[in-house]
Design a protein around this ligand. Structure first.
Ligand code: 2M8
Ligand code: MG
Ligand code: MG
Length: 260
């Protein structure tokens, strides 16, 4: 198995902790099963989480806008070499999005995103620490919108993908797609290992393409006690919310009934 997972409210709980999945993560590392983050979070946010968890597999950032592959991870070079990574970009640059937002702001539409806010303000609305808020503000391919009017959003939709994330509105390039990024990575793994099966875990509407792109799709419960309503074939509904449901499903499908 390889595991594709969303982060916020899936592997991380509403306080951004993965405590409830820690044991299962340890076990997965022991059996060397790749865990691939696929999230709205930025490269820098995910790098911090990778360090904390000790996970060094490829990862998908900003709602499928780019795939970061550690250099030399696959036998062949897969993307554009940038620093320690080979990078495949599906989305658009942040500056293109900001240009359009500023253009609409000048015309009187209300659109307020992270780039209009200080790290302190971002920390306030998200519950991230100020350091984490800086990492979230340091975006490359998408903007997170906190306040808006619907007419402004409609205008933005003409040029970009505009979706409701966990709590906020995410604006990213039309070419970006969590599902497409997963399919590309799955192909790379299959070039090297014939019998790869994929499992995907998510909590919200933006995870639909992620869940559709894997063999075994898992939906964890939200913190409102409910599952998001998603039309995905063979969707397994984990009983727990966030990392609790994550651990439960991984034990059932990947570790086959328990941990050592
Ligand atoms: C934003 O993403 C979340 C999860 O989808 C949301 O919209 O609720 C992004 O800005 C992400 O980069 C950030 O870490 C997160 C913080 O809650 O908010
Ligand atoms: Mg989520
Ligand atoms: Mg997410």
């Amino acid at each position: 198995y390889i595991i594709f997972t969303d982060l916020d409210n899936t592997l991380l709980d509403k306080e951004y902790s993965y405590r409830e999945a820690k044991e299962v993560l340890r076990e997965l590392k022991e059996v060397k099963i790749p865990i691939i983050f696929c999230s709205a979070k930025t490269r820098r946010e995910q790098e911090k989480i990778r360090e904390e968890m000790g996970i060094y597999h490829p990862f998908i950032v900003e709602d499928g806008s780019a795939i970061y592959i550690p250099r030399g991870y696959f036998k062949e070079t897969k993307g554009q070499p940038i620093n320690d990574y080979e990078v495949i970009i599906l989305g658009t640059k942040l500056e293109n999005i900001i240009k359009e937002i500023q253009n609409l702001q000048k015309k009187g539409y209300k659109i307020i995103g992270y780039q209009d806010m200080t790290p302190e303000e971002i920390a306030q609305v998200t519950g991230l620490s100020i350091h984490e808020a800086k990492l979230a503000k340091d975006r490359e391919f998408s903007e997170t919108i906190i306040e808006y009017d619907n007419r402004g959003l409609e205008k933005l939709k003409r040029k970009f993908n505009v979706e409701i994330g966990g709590r906020f509105i995410h604006v990213f390039g039309k070419g970006a797609d969590k599902g497409k990024a997963i399919k590309i990575l799955t192909r790379f793994y299959k070039e090297e290992h014939e019998k790869i099966k994929t499992i995907g875990l998510g909590d919200s509407y933006t995870d639909k393409p992620l869940l559709k792109a894997v063999d075994t799709p898992i939906l964890v419960k939200g913190y409102n006690g409910k599952w998001a309503e998603l039309d995905v074939k063979n969707l397994y509904h984990a009983k727990g919310a966030g990392p609790k449901g994550w651990a439960e499903a991984i034990k059932k499908f990947v570790l086959k009934g328990g941990i050592k």
